[in-house]
Structure formats: structure tokens, C-alpha cells
Design a binder for this molecule. Structure first.
Ligand SMILES: [Zn+2]
Length: 239
């Protein structure tokens, strides 16, 4: 993916606006980053409202988290997002990741609060686009612990729920990372509505799941360990 720094700056602001309008973040919650080059990451700043970012306010850091841009009037007093450690962990582990989006999608978070496990095959689009979405153990937001919590998951997953806190989606482009967040919250909303009607959800027939995994592969979304995870899930259902 090759987008200019100017294009990416504007896209980060646009994605922030979408996240705010869609209710995926409030105030300064959530954060967005995009890779400019191997060791240059463009990030939203700490403490600013995600829905109202301006292109000049964004900050560039290297993979160690050191600021490497030339500060300007709009960002000289700012620091990179407080979740920069978590973002950088994604880029360090995954050469294929060009964008990271962290949000607080209400319905998806609410489901994790009552122990709902997203690692099931219930909605086809969710299986294909997001795969098995694990929930990372609880850790304090904006701390190193929060980065540690996803360390063992990010290599094998593009979408992760952070217990009691939020979501993390990564992709080969910023727009795709945002669309994964949108899909996560949309599907969480469907699941929530279904759970209000009955605690017993109709899962996708076990013999149909392979076809969805094949789509996942066809779209270049298959992650290491996916086949084993889906096979284990089917086996655990025993139908
Ligand atoms: Zn957060």
C-alpha cells in the first residue's frame, strides 16, 4: 500500500470523524495510526477528541516510540497516543500491518462484559472478514500491560477485543482496519439483539464452515492457526 503522508494524515482525521459519528468512541477515546515506512508510524495525538483531529496535529514516531517528525505549531506541545505501545507492538510483529485502529465500540464491549465469546461461527460475514475474534485478558488502558495483553494474539488475529475496554483492528490499509471495526460492532449489535430474544443462538452448520474459511483464504485474510482454530471449534460443538 502506498499512500502519501498527506493522504494518510487526512484519512486518519476522516476515520476519526467516522468513529465518533458512529459512536465507536467518545471524547478523546480511541486512537488511530498508519505506517508511512518501515520505521515511521503516523499516530493520533494523546488527549485530543478523536472525531475532531486535524492533519497537522498528527505525530510521527519510530518503532521504538521516539518522535521523529519535525514538530509544527499544531503539534509541538502534543505527544503520541497513550496507547502507542500497543500500536507499535502490532507494527513490530507484523510487516503486513499498515494501520491500527483502537476504539470503544459499545455493543461489542458490552458483550465481553457478560462473558460472550466471539470465537464462534454464527454470522458468515463475521467469520470471513474477522475470523475468530479473541478477547485479551484485562489490563489497564494506556499501560505497557495493555501492549503485553495483545502480544500473544496479534500475530494470529486481525481483530481482538480488549477485556472491559475496547477493540483493536489491524489491516493492510487504514480504511480496511476501520471497516473491520465497523463490521465488529455491526455484528455485535446483531448478536446482542438475538441474545435478547433467546440465549440459544443458531450457529452456522458445521459442514458449511470450511466454505467460509476458503473465502477467507481467497480474500487474503487467513491468519496462521486459523484452520486449526476453526477445526477445534467444530470439534468442540460435536454436531
Ligand atoms: Zn481505549
Amino acid at each position: 500500500m502506498s499512500q502519501s503522508e498527506t493522504e494518510l494524515r487526512h484519512l486518519i482525521c476522516r476515520v476519526g470523524q467516522h468513529m465518533y459519528r458512529q459512536g465507536y468512541v467518545d471524547g478523546a477515546g480511541g486512537n488511530i495510526s498508519a505506517r508511512l515506512a518501515d520505521d515511521r508510524i503516523l499516530m493520533s495525538p494523546s488527549g485530543l477528541a478523536t472525531g475532531f483531529l486535524e492533519a497537522e496535529q498528527l505525530i510521527i514516531v519510530n518503532l521504538a516510540g521516539d518522535r521523529v517528525d519535525q514538530p509544527n505549531e499544531a503539534n509541538a506541545h502534543l505527544r503520541a497516543t497513550s496507547e502507542s505501545a500497543m500500536h507499535l507492538e502490532c507494527y513490530r510483529q507484523r510487516d503486513d500491518v499498515y494501520a491500527v485502529v483502537h476504539a470503544h465500540p459499545p455493543t461489542a464491549i458490552a458483550l465481553t462484559l457478560v462473558g460472550f465469546d466471539f470465537q464462534q461461527c454464527i454470522i458468515p460475514e463475521m467469520v470471513v472478514l474477522l475470523g475468530m475474534v479473541p478477547t485479551a485478558p484485562y489490563s489497564t488502558p494506556s499501560s505497557q500491560e495493555n501492549s503485553d495483553a495483545i502480544t500473544n494474539l496479534i500475530r494470529e488475529h486481525d481483530a481482538i477485543m480488549l477485556s472491559n475496554h475496547g477493540s483493536l483492528t489491524v489491516a493492510n490499509s487504514l480504511w480496511n482496519a476501520y471497516l473491520m471495526l465497523e463490521s465488529l460492532e455491526h455484528n455485535a449489535t446483531i448478536l446482542h439483539r438475538a441474545l435478547q430474544l433467546s440465549g440459544d443462538l443458531n450457529a452456522i452448520p458445521a459442514d458449511q464452515i470450511d466454505k467460509l474459511v476458503a473465502y477467507r483464504e481467497q480474500f487474503g485474510l487467513l491468519r496462521p492457526g486459523d484452520r486449526e482454530r476453526f477445526a477445534k471449534y467444530v470439534e468442540s460443538r460435536g454436531d
